[in-house]
Unconditional design. Structure first.
Length: 309
C-alpha cells in the first residue's frame, strides 16, 4: 500500500472535470523526465539546469531519517522551517498500487506531501494565468528511499499515483560469484595485446580479480540509490546455475604492462546513476522486446515499471 501524509490550511478545492492524467501531459509544452538518482528533482521538469524551472511556489525539501536500533525517526514539518506558515490540518491517504489521485487544485489550501510508506509519482501542472511558469510540469518520486517534502501552493494543479513496489530479485542464496570488469578496462587490455608483438595466435584471459557475490552486487545497487537493503528479494534459483565465473589473467599481465584502473566499488554507483538518468531507455526495453523474459523471470517487475508512466 501507499501512504501519503498531507498538511495544509483550510479546505477550498476546485476539480478539473473530464481531464485525464495523460491529457495534462499531452497538453503541456514539455514532457518531463525523471533524471536524478534519488528522484529528488526532475531534469526537464523542475531543475533550472535543464532549462525548465521549478513551478513558481512549488518547493522541495530533503528530509533526514534518524536511524537507531529501534528503527528511525523523521521530522516531516517544523514550525521553524520556511515551508511552515500556519497549522491547518494533518491527514493520511492510503492508496493501493497504481491507483491515481486525479487532477485537482486548492483555492486556499497549501499541500505538503510526504510519502512515508512505499513510493509515489507526484505531478504538478501550472495552469495559473499570469504565472511566470504557466504551462510547466514538474514530476517527483517521493518515497521510503527518497524522503522529501513537496510543498504545492494554491491553484497549482496536481495529482499523484501510487507506484507498485517490487524487490530487487536475487537468484537462490545469492552466494554465486562473478568476476567484474569495466568496459574501458576490457578495451585497454585488448589494445595492450594488439600493440604487443610476438603474441599473435595466442589466447589470453582478461580479468580483474574483483569477484563479488550476487548479494554483494545487489547491496551495492540499493546503497547507491540510498534505499534500504530490505528491498533485496529472492527468486527461485535457475537449474544448473554456475556457482562461480572467474578467470586467471596472469598470462596477460606477464605479457603486457596492462592493469585494471577502475575498481568495482568505485564504478558501480556511476553505473547505477547512468541507469537512473536514462529511465526511458531501459523502461522501453523491459516493456517491449524483453517483456516476456522479465515476466517469466521476475514476477511483479513489469507492472512496477509500467506504473512509472
Amino acid at each position: 500500500m501507499q501512504s501519503t501524509c498531507h498538511g495544509g490550511g483550510r479546505q477550498s478545492s476546485g476539480a478539473l472535470a473530464r481531464t485525464s492524467w495523460s491529457g495534462i501531459r499531452a497538453s503541456s509544452p514539455r514532457s518531463p523526465r525523471w533524471n536524478s538518482g534519488r528522484g529528488r528533482l526532475l531534469l526537464g521538469g523542475g531543475h533550472p539546469a535543464a532549462g525548465v524551472p521549478m513551478i513558481d511556489g512549488v518547493k522541495v525539501r530533503p528530509l533526514k531519517p534518524i536511524h537507531d536500533e529501534r528503527g528511525y525517526l523523521m521530522e516531516m514539518l517544523r514550525s521553524d522551517w520556511p515551508e511552515f506558515s500556519k497549522f491547518g490540518q494533518v491527514y493520511v491517504t492510503i492508496a493501493y498500487p497504481n491507483v491515481v489521485k486525479g487532477w485537482h487544485y486548492h483555492k486556499v489550501q497549501t499541500d505538503n506531501f510526504v510519502v512515508v510508506k512505499g513510493a509515489a509519482k507526484v505531478v504538478c501542472y501550472d495552469n495559473r494565468s499570469g504565472s511566470k511558469t504557466k504551462g510547466e510540469v514538474n514530476e517527483f518520486f517521493p518515497g521510503e528511499g527518497n524522503p522529501i517534502l513537496i510543498q504545492i501552493p494554491p491553484f497549482v494543479v496536481h495529482g499523484f499515483k501510487a507506484i507498485a513496489g517490487v524487490k530487487l530479485p536475487v537468484y537462490g542464496t545469492g552466494r554465486n560469484r562473478r568476476e567484474w570488469i569495466h568496459a574501458e578496462d576490457h578495451g585497454s587490455a585488448l589494445f595492450a595485446l594488439l600493440t604487443r608483438r610476438g603474441v599473435e595466435g595466442e589466447t589470453f584471459n582478461i580479468g580483474t580479480g574483483e569477484r563479488r557475490s550476487t548479494l554483494d552486487v545487489a547491496a551495492g545497487v540499493v546503497d547507491a540509490l540510498d534505499k534500504p537493503r530490505t528491498l533485496i528479494g529472492r527468486v527461485a534459483d535457475r537449474p544448473g546455475h554456475v556457482a562461480s565465473h572467474a578467470v586467471d589473467s596472469g598470462k596477460l599481465r606477464r605479457a603486457t604492462a596492462w592493469r585494471p584502473r577502475r575498481s568495482f566499488d568505485r564504478e558501480l554507483p556511476k553505473v547505477v546513476a547512468w541507469y537512473a538518468e536514462h529511465v526511458p531507455w531501459w523502461r522501453a526495453t523491459i516493456l517491449g522486446s524483453a517483456r516476456a523474459y522479465f515476466v517469466e523471470r521476475y514476477p511483479g517487475l513489469v507492472p512496477a515499471v509500467a506504473s512509472m508512466e
